[in-house]
Design a protein around this ligand. Structure first.
Ligand code: BTN
Length: 327
């Protein structure tokens, strides 16, 4: 008999008391064994209230991500079915890359409670404190040519924004090209795609996703606060991280299936509908310098189509987008 049975029993009663006698009957164990299992659940971070004559009641779940909590919520066929949950990692990107090199299957996921060297785009650090975010990397082995990998970045942004909207419907999420998710102009999540290729052929892609779920203001360096926000800070609610992680993997698997079947077109349409970049005057900080213009849409590769002041149109493949105040 394992602790999971006691947990299911308490969860099924949704916060009501279950008498020790009822539990010991249902699980066919002694009252002492029931008590021991309660202690085991508590040691895993659950809180169980024990009241004489009433019994036991589940009052809190661990803030740690656990297989026990996450697996029953997974609604995917392959994504996240191979899952490694770590207490700490330098970066989940590196952990997953090692697994990928050993032949891990597509859909394999590594998550960590905290990262000591979480990294973002353009060599930046990624703030990854313990127990409050989703710091996760997902392995893809897409049968697509190497130059099309930026499309997956855009796909990831759509998957994340749909999952967040489904989990916290009160929050209006916008995508800033290529893949930052914003709430009220502040960044709530970031995506980092790293790929490995051999002889011009794509071997695999590691999609790193960082979602600032339950972070508080004091979890961020002060100079970042004007630009970032967590789901909790923006909505006033503490979010169930495992539900959100499961939802992200579900959305990702669906959209990836659609992409493999129908190509980039449907993904482009979904991305454009959620974008906060299109139609607004912007300054694009490209490696070759600043470009002013109005982004209008995505090209077939996932590049940003920008109308320039002289009436011409240019496609940008790599840039930071900033807002431009019209004079
Ligand atoms: C960005 O700069 O916006 C991208 C941030 C990506 C952060 C995630 S957290 C999980 C994975 N591991 C990392 O070290 N980075 C990505």
């Amino acid at each position: 008999m394992s602790g999971i049975d006691l947990l299911s029993l308490l969860e099924a009663k949704a916060g009501e008391y279950v008498s020790g006698e009822e539990i010991s009957r249902a699980l066919n164990v002694s009252r002492t064994a029931v008590w021991k299992q309660v202690r085991k659940l508590e040691s895993e971070g659950y809180t169980v209230e024990a009241v004489p004559r009433l019994g036991y009641r589940l009052t809190g779940k661990p803030s740690r991500l656990s297989m026990r909590d996450l697996l029953p919520k997974l609604r995917t066929r392959t994504f996240g079915r191979q899952l490694r949950l770590l207490d700490v990692a330098e970066s989940t990107q590196d952990e997953l890359r090692l697994l990928a090199e050993e032949g891990a299957v597509e859909g394999t996921v590594v998550m960590a409670e905290r990262q000591t060297k979480g990294r973002g785009r353009l060599g930046r650090n990624w703030v990854s404190p313990p127990g409050k975010g989703i710091w996760m990397s997902l392995l893809l082995r897409p049968p697509v040519p190497l130059p099309l990998t930026p499309q997956l970045t855009l796909l990831a942004a759509v998957a994340l924004s749909r999952a967040i909207s489904a989990t916290v419907p009160s929050l209006p999420i916008g995508i800033k090209w290529p893949n930052d998710l914003l709430v009220g102009g502040r960044k709530i999540s970031g995506i980092l795609l790293e790929s490995a290729a051999e002889d011009e052929r794509l071997k695999y892609v590691v999609v790193g996703m960082g979602i600032s779920v339950n972070l508080d203001a004091d979890d961020y360096p002060e100079d970042m606060l004007a630009k970032v926000v967590s789901l909790k800070m923006a909505s006033g609610e503490t979010i169930d991280r495992s539900e959100l992680a499961a939802c992200i993997l579900e959305q990702f698997e669906k959209l990836y299936g659609l992409y493999l079947e129908q190509g980039f077109d449907p993904i482009r349409t979904l991305w454009e509908a959620r974008s906060v970049t299109l139609g607004r005057p912007a300054v694009l900080y490209t490696p070759q310098g600043e470009v002013n213009g109005i982004p209008r849409g995505l090209d077939d590769m996932g590049g940003l189509l920008v109308d320039l002041p002289d009436g011409s149109r240019r496609t940008i493949y790599s840039a930071e987008v900033g807002e431009r105040q019209e004079s």
